[in-house]
Design a protein around this ligand. Structure first.
Ligand code: BTN
Length: 330
């Protein structure tokens, strides 16, 4: 669901200016190079999609409240520039999977940084062929197209940095303290609140593109989850005890993702890895990992320079793990 042109983005940006007060209609029309009637027309349109905007003949316009729906122009208006991630944002009411939508854009040659959100997904998918339940308006379901100059084994860095960035964003937006379960689950009070699905198209030694898919359970109540997930899944709302503003969360999440992606591309993955290690609940624990029909047990020791998990097995040797299903032993 996209609002008209970038006029809407510019109007919302002005209405969200730091003083948060009135913005005169004639100032807006001058700055945007359109008539006052055109500004009024766009304000009416914004109202029709749920923005509460007060209008006064002498003072201009004032933003009172925003709808709990994602609008591409509004998300763009809230983000700082310049940036790579979020340079282009598209919001769909419904998709099969946002990873598929991004994949199509990638094959059509779209530049990196484009982000696709869906209010709901019909066939959202998770890691290891699982499905990802994506009910309308309850969470953030989105994918990002990246074209990093990395070799295929280094792509774990992108996932690790995304988990670190999303954790920081949730903390900033809600004061909650998620922990990271390797490789990329975010947990609060032992319940999973977010997951990442990284898919890539690559040749032997060159990555063509990466699709970074992120699912954050934001405003579900426990009754919104199916019975089989009721003990393991949670949402930010359940943990915080109040509804979380999804659009405000998007702003922080995309800004933090952009920051850490830049660090990875600039060769500063080590800094990201150190932060990841300090918030990862997996390290130091006894774990079982099911991977490609194998079952490994041991102690999760550390990350290798590419973000893979180093597991000290029960036989004493070190295994480098890049995927699989990990269970932390009690
Ligand atoms: C996991 O923890 O298993 C990863 C879940 C990833 C879910 C997100 S939702 C947006 C994007 N589109 C998908 O189909 N999956 C990812």
């Amino acid at each position: 669901m996209s609002l008209s042109l970038n006029l809407d983005m510019e109007i919302l940006k002005a209405l969200r200016s730091p003083d948060g007060g009135w913005v005169s209609g004639s100032d807006l029309s001058q700055e945007l190079g359109v008539t006052r009637a055109a500004v009024w027309g766009r304000v009416e349109e914004l109202r029709s999609v749920g923005y509460e905007i007060e209008a006064s003949p002498h003072q201009g316009y004032r933003l009172i409240a925003s709808p709990d729906a994602l609008h591409a122009d509004d998300l763009m208006a809230r983000l700082p520039t310049p940036r790579v991630i979020g340079r282009d944002i598209r919001v769909f009411k419904e998709t099969a999977s946002t990873n598929d939508t991004i994949e199509k854009l990638a094959r059509d040659g779209a530049p990196e940084g484009v982000v696709v959100f869906a209010e709901s997904q019909i066939r959202g998918r998770g890691r290891l062929g699982r499905s990802w339940i994506s009910p309308a308006g309850k969470g953030l379901w989105f994918s990002v197209l990246l074209r990093p100059n990395l070799r295929p084994p280094e792509i774990t860095r992108v996932t690790v940095s995304a988990a670190t960035a999303i954790r920081r964003a949730i903390r900033t937006a809600t004061s909650l303290e998620p922990e990271i379960k390797w490789p990329n689950d975010l947990l609060i009070d032992g319940r999973k609140v977010a997951g990442i699905l990284t898919e890539l198209s690559a040749e032997t030694d060159r990555v063509r593109y990466v699709v970074l898919g992120v699912g954050i359970d934001v405003n579900q109540m426990s009754t919104d989850f199916p019975p089989e997930l009721s003990k393991v899944a949670g949402s930010l709302r359940m943990a915080a005890g109040s509804i979380v503003d999804r659009a405000a969360l998007v702003t922080v999440v995309l800004s933090e993702l952009d920051k850490d992606y830049t660090r990875v591309c600039d060769g500063q993955f080590q800094e990201v890895a150190e932060e990841w290690e300090s918030v990862c609940s997996t390290l130091g624990r006894r774990v079982t990992i099911e991977i490609g029909g194998r079952r490994l047990q041991g102690r999760a020791e550390s990350l290798d320079p590419d973000g893979a998990l180093l597991l000290r097995t029960q036989y004493g040797h070190l295994e480098c793990i890049t995927g699989g299903d990990l269970t932390i032993e009690k």
